[in-house]
Design a binder for this molecule. Structure first.
Ligand code: ADP
Ligand code: MG
Length: 275
């Protein structure tokens, strides 16, 4: 076991000062380890739209390979938070670090190149390209693959999200629900370190849920961390390691799925929504 200088294991009470110094060093070391393994670090992030405080003083970390759930009633600020991380919007205050490098103010493309890819709550495909072309373009420009390699990567990803038979269909002719999976494949084509997924399971039937859970599990096995915004509780509780709950722009709870579901503030926020 590693024992920092000043930490007296045998006589902690006898030498109170060195004991306290040791504890402080251990806390510092633990913080450094957390910071080192955090791929995303958001601190004090706020964003207003006119009179609406969409995101209020939000701070959290995402560790490498971790799956973080983001929940909250409609209008809680979830999509805005993703937009602030992906560079769609600029925060009024706060910082976002990806692997220790500040990314606020960088263009969306630069942020994507640095390793953050996303899907949108309302899908935004290239409507005049086929499913295959949508993904191949992301592999080619997002990841720098040659044309053939990008196409073969795109075919594999289409297969992964069960869209291989739709490969030659124009995105504008695909159903909204199918576009969600297309966007997931397109985001994966950029080979991200962190994925931001905004309601990928919205609109799915009960029978379709197990399959999206399998696909999400595959993403996890690829070692990609992701933040999952989701209303479908079955997806949320099965897919994530940890949940943050937002209400009216602020973080009201954070913990394991079971901790968060039993939290009084969370229950009240959702009850308030149904009134
Ligand atoms: P959620 O995704 O949790 O449903 P949003 O982040 O979409 O919530 O919205 C949070 C609040 O910010 C809402 O009141 C919404 O109307 C407002 N908002 C979001 N985006 C914009 C925008 N581009 N312009 C003005 N208001 C916005
Ligand atoms: Mg939203």
């Amino acid at each position: 076991m590693f024992v920092p200088a000043g930490f007296n294991l045998r006589h902690p009470v006898g030498d109170r000062h060195s004991f306290l110094v040791g504890v402080c060093i251990l806390i510092e070391l633990k913080r450094d380890v957390d910071m080192e393994s955090a791929i995303l670090s958001v601190a004090g992030m706020s964003k207003r739209f006119g009179g609406v405080a969409a995101v209020r003083d939000i701070s959290f970390n995402v560790q490498a390979g971790e799956v973080l759930g983001l929940m909250g009633p409609n209008g809680a600020g979830k999509s805005t938070l993703l937009n602030l991380i992906s560079g769609e919007h600029k925060p009024d205050s706060g910082t976002v670090e990806l692997k220790g490098h500040g990314i606020i103010g960088l263009s969306r493309h630069r942020i994507c190149h640095l390793g953050i890819a996303r899907t949108y709550q309302i899908p935004q495909p290239f409507v005049n390209l086929t499913a295959l072309q949508n993904i191949a373009v992301a592999a080619e420009y997002g990841r720098g693959l040659g044309k053939d390699a990008a196409e073969s990567e795109a075919l594999q990803l289409l297969d992964m999200v069960d869209l291989l038979e739709k490969k030659d269909v124009l995105a504008r002719d695909l159903a909204a629900i199918t576009l969600k999976r297309l966007e997931l494949a397109r985001a994966l084509a950029a080979s991200p370190t962190l994925l931001l997924l905004d309601e990928v399971a919205a609109g799915l039937t009960e029978e379709e849920i197990p399959r999206i859970l399998e696909i999400l599990q595959q993403v996890r096995e690829m070692g990609i961390a992701y933040i999952l915004v989701e209303h479908v509780m079955r997806v949320m509780t099965k897919a994530v390691d940890r949940i943050i709950v937002m209400d009216k722009g602020a973080k009201i709870a954070e913990g394991s799925p079971s901790e968060v579901m039993g939290n009084r503030k969370v229950i009240e926020a959702y009850l308030g929504e149904s009134e």
